[in-house]
Design a protein around this ligand. Structure first.
Ligand SMILES: [Zn+2]
Ligand SMILES: [Zn+2]
Length: 243
């Protein structure tokens, strides 16, 4: 498990990283460009990787109502299917989903930072600081406090889940070695300072389209807000550098 894997001390010295291995991908091994290409390619064939019963599940209605326990059970069913379709069936072994009911919060999905995965990236106020080592958690938390009909809320939460899964995929499989890849990782062309750089946006947009084509409803994944968040962080970073 990832708890035993550490980026500390990892040195990526050769000029090229191995190509993404969809059959047996290893954590912290690949360039974000390769991961982006892998996700976008996968978006075209994703539904072909599902069992017929899973495709029926994607096209069926949500229940009329449900408690947070039921929401969590539904999200876990979707997680298995989204993982199989889009993420090569690789994410379920690394992360768990939790739900919290917090209608007044300003966020709808995030990771639990208090678990055990060791990465070479520090998220402080959502900003990556190259060169720091920290513990970071492979748990996705979904806020069930969004208002609306149960069906609308479930659709919204599935979109948030997809958004978070792209973060997790890029973070788990991208090389983030300090001194080489982490600097690239933080650029807007890559994963960016907030995690919402071009590689993230393009990957998520491709998966969003593929999922919308299958389910027949609008999958809201916060692309515009995410891109704006990243642009603001990049502008602030450049302004700070000029001081
Ligand atoms: Zn590297
Ligand atoms: Zn995000």
């Amino acid at each position: 498990m990832l708890s035993e894997i550490s980026m500390s001390g990892k040195i990526h010295s050769s000029p090229t990283l191995p190509p993404f291995d969809a059959e047996n991908p290893l954590p912290f091994e690949y360039s974000t460009q390769d991961l982006r290409v892998a996700l976008i390619d996968r978006s075209y064939t994703a539904m072909g990787h599902l069992a017929p019963s899973q495709r029926v599940h994607l096209q069926s209605h949500f229940p009329a109502s449900g408690s947070d326990e039921i929401i969590l059970a539904i999200l876990n069913q979707w997680f298995v299917i989204l993982d199989q379709a889009f993420f090569f069936g690789q994410l379920a072994q690394y992360i768990d989903i939790k739900v919290i009911h917090s209608p007044k919060s300003s966020w709808w999905g995030k990771y639990n930072p208090n678990t055990k995965l060791v990465l070479s990236t520090l998220r402080e106020n959502g900003i990556r600081s190259p060169g720091n080592l920290t513990l970071w958690g492979p748990t996705i938390i979904i806020n069930t406090g969004v208002e609306g009909t149960f069906e609308w809320r479930m659709q919204f939460m599935v979109g948030i889940l997809l958004h978070e899964l792209v973060h997790v995929f890029l973070d788990i499989f991208a090389c983030q070695c300090v001194g080489v890849c982490l600097e690239e990782f933080s650029k807007v062309e890559s994963v960016g300072l907030t995690g919402h750089g071009h590689s993230f946006i393009r990957s998520l947009a491709a998966l969003q389209t593929a999922l919308e084509n299958e389910v027949g409803w609008n999958v809201e994944v916060a692309l515009t807000d995410s891109a704006n968040l990243e642009m603001k962080a990049q502008e602030k970073s450049m302004a700070d550098a000029e001081k």
